[in-house]
Structure formats: structure tokens, C-alpha cells
Design a protein. Structure first.
Length: 78
């Protein structure tokens, strides 16, 4: 999966699992340090993994965002 993945953010999430499963990192803190991420971030990723396995871990967060100020028809006209 690491070799096939193209986006860095997803690779990091998979790497945390890889480091812990292969025992290259003994703790979540150690894995986070290897990836130069905060320990809390790594713990959040592992929490998602525990909730819904890889599907939940790799799912992208959909932002609702604010409403557009420029209508879509006006943007197309420009």
C-alpha cells in the first residue's frame, strides 16, 4: 500500500501502522517522532483505524466550507 499510494498524507497514516506492526517503533510517540508528526496526530489516526479499520483511516474529511460569494454562473462567465 505504501508503494502504491501517491498522496503524502495517506502515506503517513499507513506508515504509522507499518512502523507499529513491524515493531520498528515501540510506541506511538516513537512512531510519531519518526514521521515528524505530533503524538496526538498519530493517536488520532490510530483511533480512526480502531473504529473502522483502513476504510476509516484512509477516508478523506469532507469540508462543508462556507457558501460561495460568487455564484457559479458568474464564475463560468468570467
Amino acid at each position: 500500500m505504501l508503494r502504491q499510494e501517491k498522496t503524502g498524507s495517506v502515506k503517513e497514516r499507513i506508515q504509522v501502522l507499518y512502523l507499529l506492526k513491524t515493531k520498528k517503533a515501540k510506541t506511538v510517540t516513537e512512531a510519531a517522532e519518526m514521521l515528524r508528526r505530533n503524538r496526538v496526530t498519530a493517536q488520532d489516526w490510530l483511533g480512526k483505524y480502531r473504529q473502522g479499520r483502513l476504510e476509516k483511516l484512509l477516508s478523506k474529511k469532507v469540508s462543508t466550507g462556507r457558501t460561495r460569494k460568487v455564484p457559479q454562473w458568474a464564475e463560468k462567465a468570467l
